[in-house]
Every structure is written in structure tokens, then in C-alpha cells.
Design a binder for this molecule. Structure first.
Ligand SMILES: *[C@@H]1O[C@H](CO)[C@@H](O)[C@H](O)[C@H]1NC(C)=O
Length: 290
């Protein structure tokens, strides 16, 4: 066949298999990434589709591909796979396929696709900030932090699982603490969600401030720490003058003192002037003999 005949043949083929030639023009997904916190796991990508759709296929590496019904021929650029990645310790990857719009048929077997990075829920999901409550013992020698294990996006029956339900003994908490009045800080790691500090760690009756974050030592070093909690401080016993009276009262008191000082000075100046005038008036009057 001559070149012209080839071109004619190919263009005819393309007309017949128009879906194929059309499908070949669907843009591939870009910037594919995983966002996962407390096992809420989203796969996200660009760009927004115009006249096509995306289908997500995921699998444990080397096993059969599966699909999530919400992420088939969809116009969204994200897919929630939280409850699809059932084996939390398995390593998954996903393909994002650019396909014809929903309801448009295609005989094509292969669409443009982009592969995600690998993702292992158990070791990769970020652990969010925990809440905790502070309790000081009666004799003030012990401070207890009751940490609320953050809930996950996973369910057991109808109950959300906490990170403790998932990680068990792999979950520890790192506590960073120091006296409220100083910048010095100590850290300590605890395996329980009920954290007790006493003895050499704390001085009785002093206010301490705490940050708590999940710590999972079985993970790779850069993924061991969760998000730090809000800082919280225990009440202090030796009440300062500020605690006792409040800033307003103290400011009022200072203002009063300043006013008194000013009034005293003014009065003194005025009196001195009068006195010196009076003295001048006496000039020339001979001193009375004593
Ligand atoms: C991919 O991400 C880069 C950097 O954030 C951005 O500049 C680019 O526009 C993104 N691609 C698409 C298709 O949106």
C-alpha cells in the first residue's frame, strides 16, 4: 500500500472506531494524591472534567482491581475510599481512568489512566489532634490527663471506631509539658490514654501546661507523631495578685496612686510659689531680734 492508501485506511478505521479516537483525547488525571486523617481517606486529582468522566479502580498491590460505586463515571475529582480499603495493613494503589461521560457507551478496553502512589492506611493515615481533660489530685501531688482517643472514619456495627480500637497497644501518647511560668519543657511517652504525672515530674500546687499528641512507634520515623493538641494548663494554687484582684482593680489602683502623686506635686508647687511671694513681700522688713 502507498502512504496515501495507509492514511485513507487509518482515517476510515478511525471513523468506524470513532469512540477510540475520541477517547484517546480524554486528558489524563494529574496531581493524584492521597489525603488521609484518622482513616478518612480521600484520593484527589486534577483537572475538572469537561465532556468526560473519571472512574477509580483500586487494589491491594498485585491483587484484583475493585471499584467503589460512588467513583464510577463520576465528574468529581475526589473519591472517598475510607471504607473501601478494608485491609488496613495492606498496601494499595489506585488508577484513575478518564472515560466517556456517564451513560455514553464505549467499546474501548483501555482508557487513559494515571496511577497513584502507594498507600497503606495503618502506617500512612495522619492522626488528628486529641482532646484531653486535666485533673489535679486533692493533695496536688498528681496531675491526671484523660485523653479522648480521636474517633476514626471506620465503623464497627454502627459505632465509630476510635484510634485505640484500631491501633491497640501500638498507640501511645507523647506529652510535652512545663511550668506555666517558664519556657522549659519536658516530654514523656505514655502507653495508656490515662496519663498520670507525679513525683519528680511535677511540683505540687504549681500550674503546668500540656500538649498531647498520638505517637505510634511502629511507624516510620516521619509518620510516628500525630497532630498536637491544643495547649491546656492546670490551675495554680499560689494565687498571684493578678488572680486575686483582676487586672481592672490593679489598673484602677495604679491610676489612683498616680493621681495622688500628681495632685501632691501640684499642691506643693502652688504652695511654694505663694510662700516665696510672701517671702518677697517681707523683704526689706528688718528681722526682728530674736
Ligand atoms: C497540578 O498541581 C500544580 C501545582 O499545584 C498546578 O500548578 C497545576 O495546575 C495542577 N494541574 C492541574 C491539571 O490542575
Amino acid at each position: 500500500m502507498s502512504i496515501m492508501e495507509w492514511v485513507f485506511f487509518l482515517s476510515t478505521l478511525c471513523t468506524v472506531l470513532s469512540t477510540f479516537c475520541y477517547a484517546g483525547t480524554y486528558p489524563k488525571a494529574q496531581n493524584v494524591s492521597w489525603f488521609s486523617i484518622n482513616f478518612k481517606t480521600l484520593l484527589m486529582w486534577d483537572p475538572k472534567p469537561v465532556d468526560y468522566s473519571y472512574t477509580v479502580e483500586y487494589s491491594i498491590i498485585g491483587q484484583n482491581r475493585e471499584r467503589n460505586p460512588h467513583c464510577i463515571r463520576s465528574v468529581n475529582t475526589e473519591c472517598d475510599l475510607s471504607n473501601s480499603l478494608v485491609d488496613l495493613k495492606a498496601t494499595y494503589s489506585a488508577d484513575i481512568l478518564s472515560e466517556p461521560p456517564y451513560g455514553v457507551n464505549s467499546d474501548l478496553v483501555e482508557f487513559p489512566h494515571t496511577r497513584s502512589d502507594q498507600f497503606t492506611p495503618y502506617t500512612d493515615t495522619l492522626i488528628g489532634r486529641p482532646n484531653f481533660k486535666i485533673k489535679v489530685s486533692e493533695d496536688e501531688k498528681k496531675i491526671t490527663l484523660n485523653v479522648e482517643d480521636p474517633p476514626t472514619a471506620l465503623f464497627n456495627q454502627n459505632e465509630p471506631k476510635t484510634i485505640r480500637d484500631v491501633f491497640g497497644d501500638d498507640l501511645q501518647y507523647k506529652v510535652t509539658f512545663g511550668k506555666a511560668t517558664s519556657t522549659g519543657k519536658k516530654t514523656k511517652i505514655f502507653s495508656s490514654s490515662q496519663i498520670e504525672l507525679e513525683g519528680r515530674d511535677i511540683d505540687p500546687g504549681v500550674s503546668y501546661c500540656f500538649n498531647v499528641q498520638a505517637y505510634i512507634p511502629t511507624r516510620s520515623p516521619d509518620k510516628r507523631l500525630g497532630e498536637p493538641s491544643q495547649r491546656q494548663c492546670s490551675p495554680s494554687n499560689d494565687t498571684s495578685i493578678f488572680d486575686e484582684y483582676g487586672i481592672g482593680v490593679i489598673a484602677g489602683f495604679i491610676l489612683l496612686v498616680v493621681t495622688l502623686v500628681v495632685v501632691t506635686i501640684v499642691v506643693a508647687v502652688v504652695c511654694c510659689k505663694r510662700k516665696s511671694k510672701a517671702d518677697k513681700g517681707k523683704e526689706g522688713v528688718p528681722l526682728k531680734p530674736v
